[in-house]
Design a protein around this ligand. Sequence first.
Ligand SMILES: Cc1cc2nc3c(=O)[nH]c(=O)nc-3n(C[C@H](O)[C@H](O)[C@H](O)COP(=O)(O)OP(=O)(O)OC[C@H]3O[C@@H](n4cnc5c(N)ncnc54)[C@H](O)[C@@H]3O)c2cc1C
Length: 428
Amino acid sequence: MDEFDVVIIGAGPAGSSTAYRLAKEGFNVLFVERSNRPGSKNVFGGRIYSYPFPEIYPDFWKEAPIERYVTQENLVFMTESNSVTMKFDSSSSEGVSTQSFTALREKFDSWMAKKAEEAGALLITGTRVDDLYWENGKIAGIIAGPDTVRSNVVVAADGVVSDFAQKAGLRRELTAKEVSVAVKETIKLPKETIQDRFNLGKREGAAYSFVGSATGYLRGGGFLYTNKETISLGAVVNSEDLSLQKKEIFEIIENFKLHPFIQKLVRGGKVVEYSAHMIPELGVNTLPALFKDNFLAVGDAAAMVINHGYTYRGVDLAVVSGISAAEAIIQARQRGDYSHMGLSSYPDFLKKRGIMDDMNKFKNAPSFLQNARIFTAYPRMVCDFFDRMYTVDGKGKEKIFDIGKDEMFGKVSVLKMLRDMMSGLRSM
Ligand SMILES: Cc1cc2nc3c(=O)[nH]c(=O)nc-3n(C[C@H](O)[C@H](O)[C@H](O)COP(=O)(O)OP(=O)(O)OC[C@H]3O[C@@H](n4cnc5c(N)ncnc54)[C@H](O)[C@@H]3O)c2cc1C
């Protein structure tokens, strides 16, 4: 039977950051990944918030496989025929804005895993962990095929479904309401075409969020990110809505792609990758337990995701939770105690890095985003308002006040609108 100090299940951003930090500290670390190359099966929209990386990886800006620096944000309200875009250009120096960047997961996850290997962690790819190994009622390692590996600590970094956080008894199975389904197409286009079409400099990138017909008015949204020579286009939809409306996620993305707004952006492009995945929408209110004797959960496995509707954060939280878990394990070694008590500094490290604060601050965002009007009535209202405002057809021009009164108060009651506005402002 092989023995390691720590075994980590999964080489996504959470697993690789944990492995890296522990290996740097001299721990004997094994991290196991089921795909042949880290990231090759991992799906995400396309933007990573950069704040945790430079401190962890000193040469981050030189080494990391960054596609484009996001300098342009777009929020688009959509009906079948119209759209209204709110665009924000952030200041950048020579096309570099260090706030966030776009990336491709296979390249990015492989880079992170390589950093952990260089620090001394042992990575095994193409191997699925099947079960936890227990001794005297306590987690004492993992089982992968015919092999059992013993360790002082097991870290579940196995993503949103996290069989292992469930097997360890940290969390229950997610319900349909707590999970969204996402699809994504990666569409290849020459880099000059991307730059011209999106009005970008060589290293600049654009991020788009879409509300309304992008998801067939179901709860969720569309997204688009520009990479060097590809576009990441996708949609995220609440899985309960999909089943209630008897819709399939692939129909949603097909219709979204046919919208005239999107057609202009992806014209002539070739789909080079198609992927689907789930996203937890738990929020801190329903956050599972994070650790127990000899065991911690990090990243998506611990539901570390913040969705404001206009920004989506998962990778940064995966990395921060990975580093925080590693630091709790380092302290546990100093105490010679890997029990629940010994690992109890994990939430403190999360708090120190502001993650628990952020999760708490936006704890009502998931319930606000359950409100169907945000995805149906309001996008229609915004688009119809602008449609009427710009209409001059010789049949008598309407005054803006009358259009506003008609569009705003004719479609949703004043009371509901005020309530939605207040709850949006409070939770986002
Ligand atoms: C469509 C979509 C869009 C998103 N957009 C964004 C975005 O733009 N920005 C952002 O920050 N976040 C985004 N997210 C969220 C982000 O992808 C996740 O929060 C992040 O990947 C979590 O990292 P992780 O390491 O916890 O899990 P994952 O990245 O899911 O990694 C888990 C790893 O564990 C491996 N694994 C699983 N089970 C086993 C097993 N039994 N044995 C061995 N290995 C196993 C998997 O193969 C995988 O490599 C998006 C997610 C989706 C689905």
